[in-house]
Design a protein around this ligand. Structure first.
Ligand code: 5GP
Ligand code: ZN
Length: 145
């Protein structure tokens, strides 16, 4: 099997197939670089995904030009969802890597309309260990270029 070339369709990738029209999807938006379509297993009513047309496994593979467009586009789509579905709030969720719960390794951003707190069943965090927190922050700062 050939190594996956950045941005070219990946064999067996569901979102490449959706982008190429080989699998059906219910679309809310599309242009040359992105498409947005309803999630097949929505976390709330109206949950949809914004995905790149080209195959990039995670945020880290995406070219800067697409990254720069992604958030303004998400904002436009989220505004439309708030207005169209008459919901007061929304979450943006973006999983990178299997350990983070990414099931489809083709970059996408979840836009999740929200009607009330607690809908998603996320547990609140636990209080930080204040003896470790500065060290943890330093480990991150050391790698900022
Ligand atoms: P991830 O866990 O990778 O961040 O999220 C993948 C999302 O894609 C899930 O919410 C899942 O329901 C959705 N999904 C998986 N396969 C399909 C599909 O064939 N069509 C659509 N519309 N959504 C899909
Ligand atoms: Zn893909």
């Amino acid at each position: 099997m050939k190594p996956q070339e950045m941005g070219s369709p990946a064999e067996g990738c569901v979102f490449c197939q959706i982008a190429g029209g080989r699998l059906p999807s219910i679309r809310v938006f599309e242009d040359d670089d992105f498409l947005a379509f309803m999630d097949i297993a929505p976390l709330t009513e109206g949950h949809f995904l914004l995905a790149t047309r080209a195959h990039y496994a995670t945020l880290l593979e995406m070219p800067g030009g697409l990254l720069a467009r992604a958030l303004p586009l998400a904002e436009k789509l989220a505004r439309a969802a708030l207005a169209g579905l008459a919901v007061p709030a929304f979450n943006l969720l973006q999983n990178n890597g299997e350990a983070a719960g990414q099931a489809v390794p083709h970059w996408h951003l979840h836009v999740i309309p929200r009607r009330r707190p607690g809908e998603l069943g996320l547990a609140p965090g636990t209080p930080a260990d204040m003896t470790r927190l500065p060290l943890t922050a330093e480990k991150i700062r050391l790698h900022l270029k």
